[in-house]
Design a protein around this ligand. Structure first.
Ligand code: SF4
Length: 284
């Protein structure tokens, strides 16, 4: 990324960002530097098994909605999950197989609660919106039509049950609301987190005020990124412009192999260690 000055009389350049890009800088500017500034991108650690689980579930659900209505059955969802499964990040084939069965159970239960004829307005749809300083974009897992409004649906597969507070506080979900409003030009306020392992839904109805708060925070981060980028271009020390923020997150940071500060801050974790398992290794 290169720093560019706004010239008098010219429209201000918008900072292009996804929610994930902004979150990366907010969490650790050095991680942002590794991901978005340094080229070539520094070496990353191995892929995580829990990400494999999440990706497989998301892909299967997207493909399920692509099927003709009469073929949108729980068995089809299970089959899609099985056919798209990968062993990436798991300890061994046996562990991967146990988690495939577990995820198949989640997805089967989940689609049993869906109406196959209730066609979503979009699945994995990219939407975008602009604010005074930002061009925000993101990809929404599912956009539903409920009455006259569109609803953001985000699938979750992590160990923690999603909460309404999480739905309210998620910068990504707020960005999706703005993006859906702008891209699809229809009312949109409600965001939902569908947690498949527990079969629960957390939700929040955004207001203009709650969205404005999210926009303000996003613009503040974008401002900080621009300041750091300009400082680096002006010759500042790279670690002063993009300082490391060591902490627990260094255990699962993808750039840990390239970051001595993170290696000293927290122990390494096995790629499958975020899968909740009981003492016998069964999904908990
Ligand atoms: S390992 Fe920690 S300090 Fe290093 S880039 Fe990642 S989050 Fe930042």
């Amino acid at each position: 990324m290169s720093a560019q000055l706004d010239l008098p009389g010219m429209p201000r350049r918008l900072f292009s960002a996804t929610p994930s890009k902004l979150a990366t800088f907010a969490d650790c500017p050095r991680r942002y530097r590794f991901a978005y500034v340094e080229r070539p991108v520094p070496p990353k650690g191995p892929p995580w098994a829990h990400n494999t689980v999440g990706s497989a579930v998301h892909a299967a659900l997207r493909s399920w909605w692509d099927l003709p209505i009469e073929r949108r059955t729980p068995a089809a969802a299970r089959q899609l999950l099985y056919s798209g499964w990968s062993q990436t990040g798991f300890r061994d084939a046996e562990q991967a197989e146990r988690w495939r069965a577990r995820a198949a159970g989640w997805i089967t239960d989940y689609v049993e609660g869906l109406d196959p004829a209730d066609e979503p307005v979009g699945t994995e749809r990219t939407v975008g919106a602009t604010t005074e300083r930002l061009a925000l974009s993101g990809r929404v897992d599912r956009i539903d039509q409920r009455g006259n409004e569109l609803v953001i649906v985000d699938y979750k597969t992590g160990r923690s049950v999603s909460t309404d507070d999480e739905a309210r506080g998620s910068p990504a979900l707020a960005a999706y609301v703005l993006g859906v409003r702008r891209t699809l030009r229809r009312p949109c306020n409600r965001v939902e987190l569908h947690h498949l392992p527990s079969g629960t839904i957390a939700a929040f109805e955004h207001t203009e005020r709650s969205l404005a708060n999210h926009v303000r925070r996003a613009e503040d981060i974008a401002h900080d990124i621009t300041t750091a980028t300009e400082a680096l271009a002006a010759g500042a020390d790279v670690d002063a412009a993009f300082p490391p923020v060591p902490g627990r997150q260094c255990s699962w940071c993808d750039f840990r192999p390239s970051c001595p500060t993170g290696q000293a801050a927290a122990p390494a974790r096995e790629p499958w260690s975020f899968l909740p398992e009981d003492e016998d290794g069964n999904p908990a």
